[in-house]
Design a protein around this ligand. Structure first.
Ligand code: C2E
Ligand code: CA
Ligand code: CA
Length: 478
């Protein structure tokens, strides 16, 4: 037991030391409480492993202490599908699994290495190269990772249930180069995500290219956000023409006017806008802009027959308020719903097909037209196609491009046109650049066209000028 001891000398009248008085107090309890507090502060209560705090202390020490060799590896380990176990079998079994995992992880490393639990099903291992066992950190980390994959892959005996799981491991090495603790953690985390996307149950080492991609994406996302705040987007329009060469409508195409880089094409930013969900407000704005334009044209007899096609991204379509927003835009601008055409892509059919069909039905009921964009490159199966309330198929420009030279592309175009007509849909071909392409498509019975042959996408004022130059049409009957 622990004692707290006070010892005092006792003197007689001649100032001679006669004896000592010692007072002892049993402080075992206080000591234990202190240890417990220490433990609570630095160790995870469930697995008894070091927690984030202690890991950080040790990482700082490993990187900062000039006396240490500063070489080693940091590993992120994350169980695959842990959430499923937790949600289906309950937290108690989840906790048991975490305890078993912690034990197995400990058994995979040597005594001086740190196995910590960050929380949830996330574990971190710090392997340090100490003087007594110098080892190539890459080789050492690889060996440990293999051992962990094997150990955690063994079945777990839980009450009344044999559980199987795997894990994903991300590793970053540290050595001569100066990196901060937070950089190392980010790198290991990134490598772990790489392992997840590589199909799980595997190990990935951090490589700087990964970082470059992530940083570039983050920079683009930040740029986009700023552009949206500052209103740097605009919509250009590209004419669509009918079989007789007359303009029947336009497709609205989004442009980003970058103050330094000039006009950025959508292929450079749409996927980032999707990832960040910025596509939802931007897409709503495009829809609104198109409806405003339709309203302006409705006031002019020579323009009121024109339709506007608006591209709708998957994320936008799946948003619960999408149908309401379309309805609002139509009502707000008082446009004829049939003049608004939404271009949907086949990726919408990849999953949630019933919801997709229901939403398409609501849009149709409003009178909005629906076109299936980029047709031929995606997932459409005939059985789906029959169930979709579509008005139009749009042949992707990939097929139109080589229609005269590639027999496959020609066959696809011919088939799409035949298919559309058999389903009572009309067909538009995009990316038509030459008169020969147009003629080939016309021979197959294509109904309408879009492409550089007729006109490039134009800013609205140039489009108005282009339309003014077109030969006069008979008064529209729309
Ligand atoms: P998309 O829907 O397939 O649009 C047609 C693309 O083909 C446009 O590219 C257009 O400029 C281009 N194009 C038109 N005629 C020709 C031609 O004769 N030859 C060639 N080689 N290309 C031609 P853009 O404007 O760069 O748009 C690219 C994609 O960005 C669009 O492909 C569409 O998927 C997406 N996008 C554009 N605007 C929006 C938008 O407002 N919302 C969403 N979600 N996506 C948009
Ligand atoms: Ca389109
Ligand atoms: Ca297309």
């Amino acid at each position: 037991f622990w004692v707290d001891l006070d010892v005092s000398p006792v003197w007689d009248k001649q100032r001679k030391l006669t004896h000592w008085v010692a007072v002892g107090r049993d402080v075992t309890e206080r000591k234990l409480a202190e240890e417990k507090i220490q433990h609570l502060a630095f160790y995870d209560a469930l697995t008894k492993l070091p927690n984030r705090q202690l890991l950080m202390d040790r990482l700082h020490a490993a990187l900062a202490d000039p006396a240490r060799p500063r070489e080693g590896a940091l590993m992120f380990i994350d169980l695959d599908n842990f959430k499923v176990l937790n949600d289906t079998l309950g937290h108690q079994k989840g906790d048991m699994l975490l305890q078993l995992v912690a034990e197995r992880l400990r058994s995979c490393v040597s005594k001086g290495d740190t196995v910590a639990r960050l929380g949830g099903d996330e574990f971190v291992i710090l392997l340090e190269n100490r003087g007594d066992k110098p080892l190539d950190p890459a080789k050492g980390a690889r060996a440990v990772a293999e051992r962990i994959l094997a150990a955690l892959g063994e079945p777990y005996v839980l009450p009344g249930y044999l559980h199987h799981t795997t894990c994903s491991i991300g590793v970053t090495l540290f050595g001569k180069s100066d990196r901060t603790v937070s950089e190392l953690l980010k790198q290991a985390d990134l490598a772990m995500y790489q392992a997840k996307s590589a199909g799980r149950n595997t190990v990935c080492f951090f490589d700087p290219e990964m970082q470059a991609v992530v940083s570039a994406n983050a920079a683009l996302a930040a740029d986009l956000r700023q552009a949206w705040r500052e209103g740097h987007f605009k919509v250009d329009y590209q004419p669509q023409v009918g079989a007789d060469g007359r303009m029947i409508g336009v497709e609205a195409l989004l442009r980003w006017q970058h103050p330094q880089r000039g006009v950025v094409p959508p292929s450079h930013f749409i996927s980032s806008a999707e990832d960040t969900s910025l596509i939802i407000p931007i897409g709503r704005w495009v829809l609104d802009t198109a409806c405003a334009q339709l309203a302006a044209w409705a006031r002019r007899p020579d323009r009121r027959h024109l339709s506007i096609s608006v591209n709708v991204s998957v994320k936008q379509f799946r948003h619960p308020e999408f149908v309401d927003e379309v309805m609002e835009a139509i009502a707000q601008w008082g446009v004829q719903p049939g003049k608004l055409k939404l271009e949907l892509t086949e990726s919408l059919l990849a999953d949630g097909i019933d919801v997709t069909i229901a939403k398409m039905g609501s849009l149709k009921d409003m009178g909005v037209q629906l076109s299936l964009d980029d047709f031929g490159i995606g997932y459409s199966s005939l059985s789906y196609l029959k169930r979709l309330p579509l008005d139009q198929l749009k042949i992707d420009r990939e097929f139109v491009k080589d229609i005269l030279t590639d027999a496959n592309d020609a066959a696809i175009a011919r088939t799409v046109i035949g298919l559309a007509h058999s389903l009572d849909l009309d067909v538009i071909a995009e990316g038509v650049e030459t008169e020969e392409q147009r003629q080939f498509l016309a021979r197959q019975g294509c109904d309408s066209y879009q492409g550089y042959l007729f006109c490039r996408p134009l800013p609205i004022d140039e489009l108005e000028a282009f339309m003014d130059r077109q030969p006069a049409q008979e008064p529209a009957t729309a």
